[in-house]
Design a protein around this ligand. Structure first.
Ligand code: B12
Ligand code: SF4
Length: 515
């Protein structure tokens, strides 16, 4: 069987979607052929790439990424797709969908069905998992996969190849002769049986990522699956409900298997850096952490980054990972208001806990980044200033900021629809705008106010408070504001952050080039 995966990604959001890579490994092992059509490096519209948007709002200072070939090719993306279909001639086209690429992806499946009605289509990922009825109702979608796909896609390919019926494969909903067969979910995967992801299906440029002012050959790694928390702005709150009774949601792959995968990947892709994107890096499981740190140092020995939940961090555990090579931590600070965290986000911790984690990063001289959101239900301007204040206290190297959007699967989506903050039927390209604009209509704060605070966030965060009246002045319309921002505030910001901007993780001893 020939399976063509489709990644209808908005331009320049690099980092390969590992779900497809895991399925590619399993399909290839079962003797099937796999290729990928990926739109990341083709110009698909006027939206700027993710890194350009982060740089525009002063969140990062990046080198010239075009020098690394990180640029969208000028081409008709549908003609490129058609060329791929003609040359590979797949039996199945399988698309992965997160909210921002769902509508865009449907355009490809519609195009495909018009020109090649016999090719079977299947969609997987968070979108079909959370709104299966809506997705399967599209004429261009023959099947959907709910939840994990490794076993289901192999069973499907095997069955089609053998000429067998495939209406009863667990995790799949299958359309046949006007009827939809809705199968149950299978138990959650034992991660020790999941093969290493085959990332060779992706363009090599997905490995090129800027961090701290330099570009590295950096792989995205996921060691665990699931999470222990139920934050209301995260899809995990509903994944947990879907998987009830089907096994433990938070799973950790055997450390030795993981290390073997990392050693192989380091060699195969000439990697310089590993970026662990686990929802929860297992810092809280001492025996597993000890084994990981020992084997990682002995066998992998690359600088790495992890995501941390502040309540799970102890100095002892963090020191262990730092000794093993961790040079960057990303911590979900999200909001500086304890009330918003508790009542809106369902994320309960004290401000002091967050500050403590960043103080540890400073103590051990590693880079740190906070994740923050603005534009939350019931969040006022004062609350946003609490987020700025907490970042000032914690003083991460960088503070990533996005507009909150109620993605499908998160509990807050229902609230936002019920309260009229968000109209899910408005067909706009809104889900991809989380770095540019809020798509909510909140009674307590206008979108214009939010945009201004978004644009000034980094200035309020990094500049001395004496500058704050000037920052506020610069938020007004007009030439003087422009002058203030470009000629006074930005140079001052550059001056203050000059020691923080450039890190060199290729050097073993010292990380920050200015130290
Ligand atoms: C790494 C990551 C990223 C990376 C890489 C993106 C990527 N496309 O993978 C970056 C940082 C770029 C990113 C960006 C964004 N992300 Co993100 N990301 C993740 C994260 C943490 C891990 C993804 C992963 O590798 N999972 C492990 C693999 C094995 O699982 P999987 O991807 O779900 O795939 C399995 C199944 O879904 C299924 N499957 C998937 N596709 C297909 C296709 C077929 C044909 C079949 C049969 C099955 C199938 O089989 C796979 C194997 O079991 C997840 C959270 C999570 N834990 O999954 C969020 C997550 C996917 N991201 C999310 C969001 C919202 C975003 C952003 C919009 C930004 C934001 N505000 O956070 C952007 C979107 C950009 C984009 N184009 O993808 C949400 C999606 C919610 C939704 N309703 O769409 C998630 C679920 C986070 C959350 N918990 O809420 N993300
Ligand atoms: S936001 Fe993070 S900690 Fe909270 S449920 Fe999602 S992955 Fe877990």
């Amino acid at each position: 069987m020939k399976i063509l995966f489709l990644y209808p990604n908005k331009e320049m959001v690099t980092r390969a979607p590992l779900g497809l890579a895991y399925m590619a490994s399993h399909l290839k092992k079962a003797g099937h052929e796999v290729q990928l059509f990926d739109t990341t490096f083709i110009k698909c519209g006027d939206t700027e790439g993710e890194e350009a948007l982060r740089a525009n709002s002063l969140q990062v200072v990046n080198p010239d990424l075009t020098k690394y070939g990180l640029i969208g090719k000028e081409a008709n993306v549908f003609l490129e797709f058609e060329k791929m279909i003609q040359s590979f001639n797949p039996d199945i086209v399988g698309m992965t969908a997160v909210d921002p690429n769902y509508e865009f992806g449907l355009e490809f499946l519609n195009f495909l069905k018009k020109n090649h009605p016999n090719i079977k289509t299947i969609m997987g990922g968070p979108v079909p998992t959370f709104i299966p009825d809506e997705v399967i109702a599209n004429d261009c979608v023959d099947m959907i996969c709910l939840g994990e796909g490794e076993e289901a896609i192999v069973e499907l390919a095997d069955a089609i190849q053998a000429g067998k019926d495939f209406i009863d494969i667990k995790n799949l909903w299958v359309k046949k002769e006007g009827k939809i067969y809705k199968n149950f979910l299978r138990p959650l995967q034992n991660l020790d049986n999941v093969l290493a992801p085959d990332t060779s299906i992706f363009d090599d440029r997905h490995l090129l990522r800027p961090l701290g002012g330099k570009v590295y050959r950096m792989a995205t790694i996921i060691w665990t699956r699931g999470c222990l928390f139920h934050c209301k702005y995260c899809a995990n709150s509903n994944y947990i409900k879907r998987y009830e009774g089907l096994g433990r949601f938070y799973r950790i792959k055997d450390t030795k298997l993981l290390i073997k995968e990392l050693v192989d990947a380091k060699q195969k892709y000439n990697l310089e850096f590993l970026f662990f994107v686990d929802d929860i890096f297992p810092l809280h499981v001492p025996e597993i952490l000890d084994e990981f740190c020992r084997l990682y140092k002995e066998q992998v020995d690359l600088p790495f980054s992890i995501n941390l939940q502040p309540t799970l961090v102890t100095e002892e555990a963090l020191k262990k990972v730092i000794d093993a090579g961790c040079v960057n931590i990303c911590v979900g600070l999200e909001s500086g208001s304890p009330e918003i965290r508790k009542n809106v986000l369902g994320r309960i911790y004290e401000n002091e806990q967050v500050v403590k984690v960043f103080n540890l990063a400073h103590k051990y001289k590693i880079r740190s980044s906070s994740f923050n959101m603005i534009g939350l239900p019931s969040e006022t301007k004062e609350d946003i200033f609490k987020t700025i204040e907490l970042n000032r206290q914690a003083n991460p190297t960088s503070a990533t900021l996005t507009f909150f959007h109620p993605y499908r699967g998160c509990d807050l989506r229902e609230l936002c629809i019920k309260e009229g903050y968000f109209n899910p039927d408005k067909k706009e390209d809104h889900e991809s705008l989380y770095r540019e604009n809020s798509n909510l209509c909140l009674p307590q704060i206008s979108n214009e106010e939010l945009r201004k605070l978004f644009n000034s966030f980094q200035l309020y965060f990094k500049l001395p408070k004496e500058f704050w009246p000037l920052i506020e002045l610069s938020e007004k319309e007009g030439e003087f504001s422009k002058y203030l921002r470009e000629e006074i505030l930005k140079p001052a910001f550059k001056y203050v952050t000059r020691n923080e901007a450039v890190w060199d993780f290729s050097k073993k001893s010292s990380n920050c080039s200015n130290e």
